[in-house]
Every structure is written in C-alpha cells, then in structure tokens.
Write a protein that binds this ligand. Structure first.
Ligand SMILES: NC(=O)c1ccc[n+]([C@@H]2O[C@H](COP(=O)([O-])OP(=O)(O)OC[C@H]3O[C@@H](n4cnc5c(N)ncnc54)[C@H](OP(=O)(O)O)[C@@H]3O)[C@@H](O)[C@H]2O)c1
Length: 335
C-alpha cells in the first residue's frame, strides 16, 4: 500500500515521502480494516511533521505516517464486530497513520457516514466539529464568572466558520478578526449578522473596543499566537480569558507583557486531545452531533481542493496559501 512517511521533523513538503509500506495486519477482535479514500490536512498535522514551535526537531529510527482523521470503506471486520460491515462508508478519528491507503482501527473510533453525506464532507466530519464543541465548553467556563463579548482570530478558517455559525445559533456575542481586508469582506458576506474586523486596518484595536461596547472582550479565542496574542490580551476586559488553541502565526509572546496579575486575566490552552478524556457516552453524543452537522450543514465543511497522496507537496503548499477557503484533502483510489 502507498503511504506518506517522514523520518525527521522539517518542512512537510520536503521531509514527507510517498513510499510503499506493508499493509496493516488483519483486524483483531473489535477492529476493522479501512481502505482510506480521503483525509484532511489539518494545521495540527503539519505541526506534528514539522515539530511544534519551541520543541527541538528530531530524527526517527522508524518512519512515521501522519494523520489522525479521514474516511474510507470497511474492507474486513475482526471477530465480534457486529455493528459495522464490509463495504460500509465510515469516518474515523483519532486513528494514527491516516495518510496511508489502509489502516486498522478499533470500532469505537469509527463512525458510519450518514446517508447523503459526501465522501469529501465525511473526510472532515469529526475533528473540526469536535474542536468547536471543546472551544464552546471553554467559552462557557470563561463566561461563568462574567458574561461578555467573545473575539476570535483567524475567523475565516474552517474552525472559525463553525464558531461563527455556532455563535449565531446560540446567541454568543462574537466579533471576528481576520488578517486582510479581502478576508474581512468575504466573511462579512458569509456572516452579515456578525462584526468582522481586519487586523490590517490601522485602527483595528479601536474597532474591537467599539464592537465590544467599550469594555473589551470577556473571551478571546486565539488560533494565531505570536505578537498578536499580546495585543489581544490588551483587548480583554479585566478578569477576561484568553483561550489559545493554535499557532498559525510566528514569534513568541512574553508572559510578562500580558499584565495577567493586575488585570486578573486567565490564559487557557485548549486542544482536541482533551476531548478524548470525556466519557465514552459523552464522546458518542459529540460524534452524533458532528455527524448531524455534516448531514444538515455541508456548507460548513468546505473543501479547498483534493490532491492524490502522490501530490502531497502541492497539497501542503495549498494549505499555506493566503486566502485559501476550506480544508485541503489528500485522496487515494477505491482499489
Ligand atoms: N487545538 C486543537 O485541538 C485544534 C484543532 C483543530 C484546529 N486547531 C487550530 O485551529 C486553527 C484553524 O484551523 P483550520 O483547519 O480551521 O484552518 P484553515 O481552514 O486552514 O484556515 C486557516 C486560516 O488562518 C488564517 N491565517 C493563517 N495564518 C495566519 C496568520 N499568521 N495570522 C492570521 N491569520 C492567519 C488564514 O487566513 P487568510 O484567509 O488570511 O489566509 C485562514 O483563514 C489552526 O490554528 C489549527 O491549528 C486547533
């Protein structure tokens, strides 16, 4: 089978290789073997390949296969598996080595794709909605002591658009930040009810203050990091919370610059890894909600482009293309 592998951290387009790998062993009891047809390239996948900022870059004795999410068709099922059958379309998360053509997965990490949901939508049906739910829970916690406006950065991202749609549904007072005037215009067309501000405007800080009633934000959802984080902390109301969940930008933010103590600010990291600590029942509810969202709102699962596994370098370039809208997929044939 074909798979993308890497044996050292570095620029994904350079360290990834397309190689022939032995297929995974036949599924054991409680497992299924999936022929993977499509998987997203998430910014987090690239961070795993490239090495997270602040961590030393490593070489690995055994090549690794990236990816944790995707969709495909069940080829065989292991002993005792009753609810899933060969030929069924499934989505999976978190299952390692998604950037390969075949994988085995435990049945509790595999979800039947609802009828009517396309392969493209199914490929990104889980991570982003589950991230949304994790973020919404963190926002709810942060609003407990004092309610107020929520500001999010990188609002034009796939996750950001889910946050916007959820804010409209749940009446969360959301202010969207993007980094360009064009990005702001596009997002205003998509969500005319929400305020969208471009950080390319010289007066963007004043615009945020105005949009948050002069108080500043109670919560900032930040996927950018770097120097912007310091600026965002300055735009929080006293007692507010900065929730950091990504690092699309570069550079670092010295903690002392945030005036955490005098202003009683909280900084909280949020990761989908925390979602795995929920109980199996809670996770099943969340997954069901994600599947419902995929079935009812496919427009929230926009695909920027699809590339065969062999074209990974072009795909990685596309992920980083300014103004890209939606998620880039890596595909492989059904047989
Ligand atoms: N913590 C977690 O568990 C978790 C899970 C899922 C996602 N995430 C994070 O969520 C964020 C969004 O992911 P996604 O897949 O939704 O992204 P995406 O669809 O690929 O979109 C990326 C967006 O980020 C913007 N952007 C890129 N670099 C930027 C910068 N330096 N400053 C400001 N904006 C920038 C782009 O804006 P332009 O249109 O201007 O190019 C684009 O709108 C990422 O940081 C990702 O790591 C975290």
């Amino acid at each position: 089978m074909r798979a993308l592998t890497y044996d050292q951290h570095g620029q994904a387009g350079q360290v990834l290789r397309l190689s022939e790998q032995p297929p995974p062993a036949a599924p054991a009891a409680g497992q299924v073997r999936v022929r993977v047809l499509s998987r997203p390239i998430h910014p987090g996948d690239l961070a795993v390949v490239e090495g997270f900022p602040g961590e030393s870059r490593q070489r690995f004795a055994t090549p690794r296969i990236p990816g944790v999410e995707g969709m495909g068709v069940i080829e065989t099922v292991g002993e005792g598996v009753q609810d899933l059958r060969p030929g069924q379309r499934v989505a999976f998360f978190p299952v390692p080595a998604a950037w390969s053509e075949l994988l085995t997965a435990p049945t509790d990490l595999v979800v039947p794709v609802p009828e009517g949901v396309s392969d493209e939508t199914a490929a990104l049906m889980l991570v982003n909605p589950l991230t949304l739910l994790t973020l919404l829970r963190a926002v709810e916690d942060a609003q407990r002591s004092q309610a107020g406006a929520v500001v999010q950065t990188a609002a034009g991202s796939s996750v950001g658009k889910l946050v916007s749609a959820a804010a409209l549904k749940h009446g969360i007072p959301l202010v969207n930040l993007v980094r360009s005037a064009t990005g702001a215009q596009t997002l205003r067309q998509r969500f005319p009810e929400l305020t969208t501000i471009s950080t390319a405007d010289a007066d963007w800080r004043t615009q945020v203050r105005d949009a948050t009633g002069g108080r500043g934000a109670q919560v900032v959802l930040d996927a950018v990091g770097g120097s912007l984080t310091g600026e965002l902390a300055g735009l929080l109301d006293d007692g507010g919370t900065l929730i950091t969940y990504g690092q699309l930008g570069s550079g670092s933010t010295p903690l002392e610059s945030l005036a955490l103590t005098p202003r009683a600010l909280t900084v909280r990291g949020v990761s989908i890894g925390q979602w795995m600590t929920r109980t199996p029942e809670e996770r099943a509810e969340d997954v069901a909600l994600a599947a419902r969202l995929a079935a009812t709102s496919p427009e929230l699962f926009e695909v920027a482009a699809s590339y065969d596994l062999a074209d990974f370098a072009k795909a990685v370039d596309h992920v980083r293309r300014p103004g890209k809208s939606g998620t880039v997929l890596l595909t492989s044939p059904a047989s």
